[in-house]
Design a protein around this ligand. Sequence first.
Ligand SMILES: NC(=O)c1ccc[n+]([C@@H]2O[C@H](COP(=O)([O-])OP(=O)(O)OC[C@H]3O[C@@H](n4cnc5c(N)ncnc54)[C@H](OP(=O)(O)O)[C@@H]3O)[C@@H](O)[C@H]2O)c1
Length: 265
Amino acid sequence: MELKNNTVLITGGTSGFGLEFTKRFLELGNTVLITGRNQVKLTETKRLFPQVHTFQSDISKPEDIKALYQQVVEKFPDLNIIINNAGEMRKLVLHDEHELLDITREVEINLMGPIRMVQQFLPHLKKKNAAAILNVTSGIALMAFPIAPVYGATKSGLRSYTQSLRVQLKNTSIKVFELVAPGSSTPLNDKFKEVDGFSSSGMMAPDIIVAAAIKAMQKDKLEIYPGLLRVFRFIIRLAPQLVLAQASKIGASAMRGNPLLTAAK
Ligand SMILES: NC(=O)c1ccc[n+]([C@@H]2O[C@H](COP(=O)([O-])OP(=O)(O)OC[C@H]3O[C@@H](n4cnc5c(N)ncnc54)[C@H](OP(=O)(O)O)[C@@H]3O)[C@@H](O)[C@H]2O)c1
């Protein structure tokens, strides 16, 4: 699709991939609207890119999505592209105590958020001659990632939803893209730096991933696998147990549970 003269709404546009999407879409001559929870980060992004339009909005709250929709379609009726990017990844050791409401926080943000965004904006997008939805999933959507169990579940869920959405929107003007993003050196990964077995070496820079996504959108490639993920996805299919064993080494000491029982085995 033509990536010029569009009006693009990016959730989580203040950091990492979202910030890179903001830069690239502006450079290409689009109107760019971004969301985020933290007003300080939104103001800083506006300072860096005065053309950007900012909206404080929490994707995990349905009332925020409704309010965002009202403001956006009123001020920017030409909106035709949504980038569902906002996300969070937490290290969760399931042996620890967790509040029942808190344990599913990533489900609200990473899975319910994009589903609700699509549902809210779909009637509007359907009126456009050319429109697109891009959902940011992850290489982790293709496998399990034991140290971030809820995150992994949300990304697999979002991938499944995205594929169904694409089928259901087949006869509309809306293209449904999925960015299956590889690990990248963004603030999302900062809290994993101390986790044993976790390494950020070999991660791709966010600008390279976003450049690949933009290029793929321009060529109407609906499933986007930047960098080594092109190969890695076949390895996951061929040797899933091997991949799971490798992924299980990350944070293994924290996940071990009762050390006495583990030692006895
Ligand atoms: N980095 C990686 O290795 C990697 C790999 C694969 C996929 N991904 C996916 O890529 C997407 C972006 O991640 P990133 O690495 O760029 O993370 P990041 O640098 O931490 O940025 C996350 C962005 O989302 C916003 N956000 C978080 N929770 C939100 C909420 N409830 N409502 C609205 N905005 C929210 C943040 O702003 P506020 O905090 O102000 O709300 C921020 O702008 C995520 O979906 C992530 O799962 C990342």
